[in-house]
Design a protein around this ligand. Structure first.
Ligand code: HEM
Length: 436
């Protein structure tokens, strides 16, 4: 920006936000939006450049969609970088564009159709795993169970028969460290990166045995760039596989966890989901894609659950070059925080924001939403690539389980939020489960 002209910056001269103070960060940001408005600036401790907090849907759209090329991923990305190498969640520019195009076919309608039996199988397996507790009247650990089932699905979607083989050969599932260890620090990153060798061995073995089972690993191994016909380099193949494990399991687990919790608090809505599931989700035969397409109210419930508890509670970006938005200057290097958690509680767009009301997502109401006011999967070119897969997997899970099991929250628990990389409950949530 030219030195001579004074910059037009948003309010917030003396605000300091410490993201490591997990207890405080959500209440602090909520309070600041109330006093400073939807867009304010702040500083991180020990940092001199500005960070803008953006809860204005129009400005969010400008950053994530209209002028997305001027923004790279921001705060926290280095940590994820160590974890995921150059997978598409962290890569930028031409590399990202090329990789995203090559990865897109993995999430096609055809593939989702073929994954449907796996989704039902994972839900049924989970129900079976609760049997002892249900019969003994012992509570189940919802948070742990959701994490396990989401990991179970993504690992089978990725590795199919090879996963069972590894477990049979080594006597354990080496990927379980992902749910056993919720810290996402450097130590975890180092342990997680060791899985690189495992995936690489799996690929070599498939090539040697000339095996191509139907799964995401085979698709990644066969992915080619359309124009040049070149295959994806093996290092990137591995990074994309590891990316799908992390991106595809924690988020889904978090939504399922909060959705079941919300259903225990709203029995009228639970009854509506049950009625829809009984009508459209067969239990004695495989559901079709058309059946899943009928689970419209269940989807509304999931949408509303992600409004209240978006797993990715903050999106981060950094301005590459100077930018302006409606009179506000955004100098190059400015960090941007766009917190869906707060955006989804903006009263101008979400009346009575704390109320759980799936009718907000009825087709008529959905058509009226501002695109920038609802961001569970982000928007724009970097929108989540696995959104349809996740919605389908979660709808199948809910509609199968709800027909067999009724949950009640174990009384006396404190349910608190912990905004780590994903929005998690601070303490695991326990439910009493009974057969219907
Ligand atoms: C309910 C479940 C999910 C939620 C809420 C979710 C949320 C998100 C969000 C908010 C982003 C954008 C992050 C940003 O722009 O900074 C994202 C990106 C991404 N997600 Fe998801 N996700 C979910 C499930 C999945 C699944 C199942 C997969 C894959 C198996 C997946 C793979 C990815 C990838 C690869 C990206 C990076 C896309 C890119 O930058 O081009 N996600 N997700």
């Amino acid at each position: 920006m030219p030195d001579s002209e004074p910059l037009n910056l948003p309010p917030g001269e003396d605000i300091v936000i410490d993201y490591h103070q997990l207890e405080q960060v959500l209440p602090q940001l909520t309070g600041l939006v109330a006093t400073e408005g939807n867009v304010f600036k702040a500083k991180f401790p020990d940092q001199n450049s500005w960070v803008y907090n953006v809860c204005d849907p129009d400005m969010a759209k400008h950053i994530l969609v209209t002028n997305y090329k001027n923004y790279k991923k921001g705060v926290g990305i280095k940590q994820i970088n160590v974890l995921l190498g150059r997978g598409i969640i962290v890569s930028e520019g031409e590399l990202w564009k090329r990789q995203r195009k090559m990865m897109q076919p993995l999430f096609s309608h055809k593939l989702l159709t073929q994954q449907l039996p796996l989704m039902t199988h994972c839900a049924d397996k989970l129900i079976a795993s609760w049997d002892n507790n249900i019969r003994a009247g012992k509570p189940i650990n919802l948070t742990e169970s959701m994490s396990q089932t989401a990991l179970d699905f993504i690992l089978h979607a990725l590795f199919s028969e090879d996963l069972e083989r590894i477990i049979a050969e080594t006597g354990e599932n080496p990927f379980l460290m992902v749910t056993d260890d919720s810290a996402r620090d450097l130590l975890f990153a180092r342990r997680f990166r060791q899985l690189t060798h495992l995936v690489s061995d799996m690929m070599q073995r498939r090539r040697a045995e000339n095996r191509q089972p139907f799964d995401l690993l085979t698709m990644v191994m066969n992915a080619t760039e359309k124009r040049s016909g070149e295959a994806m380099p093996e290092k990137l193949q591995i990074d994309e596989i590891l990316t799908m494990i992390i991106a595809g399991h924690e988020t889904t687990a978090s939504v399922l966890n909060w959705t079941w919790y919300l259903l225990t608090q709203h029995t009228d809505i639970e009854q509506q989901v049950l009625a829809e599931s009984q009508q459209y989700m067969p239990l004695d035969s495989e559901p079709s894609m058309a059946d899943i397409g009928q689970l419209k109210f269940t989807e509304q419930v999931l949408d509303e659950s992600m409004r209240l508890y978006p797993p990715v509670w903050v999106l981060t970006r950094q301005a590459l070059a100077d930018d302006h938005y409606k009179g506000t200057d955004i100098p190059a290097g400015t960090d941007i925080l766009i917190p869906p958690y707060l955006m989804h509680r903006n009263v101008a767009y979400w009346p009575d924001p704390e109320v759980f009301d799936p009718q907000r997502f009825s087709p008529e109401n959905k058509a009226k939403h501002h695109i920038g006011a609802y961001l569970p999967f982000a928007i724009g070119p970097r929108r989540c690539i696995g959104d349809s897969m996740a919605i389908q997997e979660m709808a199948v899970h809910i509609s199968r389980i709800i027909q067999k099991i009724h949950f009640e929250l174990v009384p006396g628990q404190t349910v608190e939020l912990e905004p780590l990389v994903n929005l998690r409950p601070k303490q695991d949530i326990f439910l009493h489960a009974t057969y219907r």
